[in-house]
Design a protein around this ligand. Structure first.
Ligand code: PLP
Length: 364
């Protein structure tokens, strides 16, 4: 063992390295797409699996002042980390939670008449909130006609509403006609609430251009290195690197099988390496037989079914594969989008599923 980092790998099997400097650079890069417009940070789901307690203070130090989370519990955790930040809770106001919002100075994102009424009673115009209008997702938010009917209603002021927002359905597909429909609806909403600042763009929405920018950007995924423009090269810096130690190397002969249910059978002599990492660490089991890892830059196929704690690679072409060496499961050309594709899912799910058993290392 030649370093502390290697020791951590030996005791925990694998290591997740999270580059806080890259997150900050990505936040600046996204803001630069829309000069003069404020860029918030969406840090729900433990900052997309990267660790709220490290990520939020790093963004704050870089100048980010506005944050979004999904749940009230996430808002309470963020308030404890950043006493001065503006924190909005996207999933809306649930019955009985008003005192918790007030106490922690959190902002609910109000998406139904009942929520607006409840908040107005507590706020009387003094406690701020956002108004979520549904322009196509059909998950949360007032319908467009419902929202338009509230234009000029004193309830808006009583509920302390100081931000109008909506969410894009298919922002990562710039050619999808739903984008134009949502942009047009949002223009109509802004005209009905001319005094309200407004936010529409998630990560991919930022790359739809000025018509999507309005007054506040709301990126999540791209901050954490996900590609907001999947039809083009990724403009973001990679943030996470997942490396696992090689526990054993062996050779097998033609006809021998690997792993549970013998899903892979060697077509000829092969060299195999067994990694100390499995689906219990958040590496998707659906990547069995499809994903790769990199050993000294060589792409090594994942063989057979991924186990709870182990993954077997074909390292026949990777001469550097040996006991104690490392394999990269996420990092370099294996970005989170590529790992997601190999498991029939999206990079978002890879990030938010990152495990907690391995060592986590933060670098600036
Ligand atoms: C998650 C979320 C975002 C961030 O979306 P990304 O695609 O991760 O950038 C923005 N707004 C709302 C309402 C969300 O739920």
């Amino acid at each position: 063992m030649n370093s502390l980092a290697d020791e951590a790998l030996a005791t925990h099997g694998a290591r997740l390295t999270i580059d806080l400097g890259a997150i900050v650079e990505n936040w600046c890069r996204l803001g630069a797409e829309a000069p003069g417009i404020e860029c918030a940070a969406v840090v729900k789901a433990d900052a997309y699996g990267c660790g709220l307690a490290s990520v939020a203070p790093a963004l704050w130090r870089a100048g980010c002042r506005t944050f979004f989370v999904a749940h009230l519990s996430e808002g309470l955790a963020l308030r404890a980390l950043l006493p001065e930040a503006e924190v909005s809770v996207l999933n809306g106001l649930l019955p009985g939670t008003v005192p918790l919002y007030v106490e922690a100075r959190l902002r609910p994102v109000l998406g139904a008449k009942e929520e607006i009424g409840e908040w107005a009673e507590a706020s009387e115009g003094r406690l701020p909130a956002a108004l979520h209008v549904d322009t196509g997702m059909n998950r949360l938010g007032l319908r467009v006609p419902e929202a338009l009917a509230l234009a000029g209603d004193p309830l808006i002021r009583r509920a302390g509403i100081d931000l109008l927002m909506s969410h894009l359905v298919s922002a990562e597909l710039p050619g999808d006609p739903v984008n134009a429909r949502q942009l047009a609806d949002f223009v109509q909403l802004r005209a009905a609430f001319p005094d309200l600042p407004a936010s529409l763009a998630n990560s991919s929405g930022i790359f739809l251009g000025r018509a999507a920018h309005h007054t506040l950007l709301r990126p999540g995924y791209a901050l954490f290195g996900g590609n907001p423009t999947p039809h083009r090269a990724n403009p973001m810096r990679p943030v996470v690197r997942l490396e696992a130690g090689i526990a054993q190397v062996r050779t097998v002969e033609a006809g021998e099988s690997v792993g549970y249910n013998g899903r892979w059978t060697a077509p000829g002599p092969r060299r195999l390496a067994t990694l100390s990492l499995g689906y219990a660490d958040g590496y998707p089991r659906a990547g069995s037989g499809r994903g790769h890892a990199l050993v000294e830059g060589v792409a090594c196929p994942i063989l057979g079914l991924i186990s709870m704690d182990l993954i077997v690679l074909d390292v026949t072409q990777a001469l550097g594969a040996s006991r104690g060496a490392t394999a990269t499961l996420i990092g370099d050309e294996l970005d989170v989008d590529a790992v997601g594709r190999a498991a029939d899912t999206i990079g978002y799910e890879i990030l938010t599923g990152l495990g907690s058993r391995y060592v986590r290392a933060y670098v600036e």
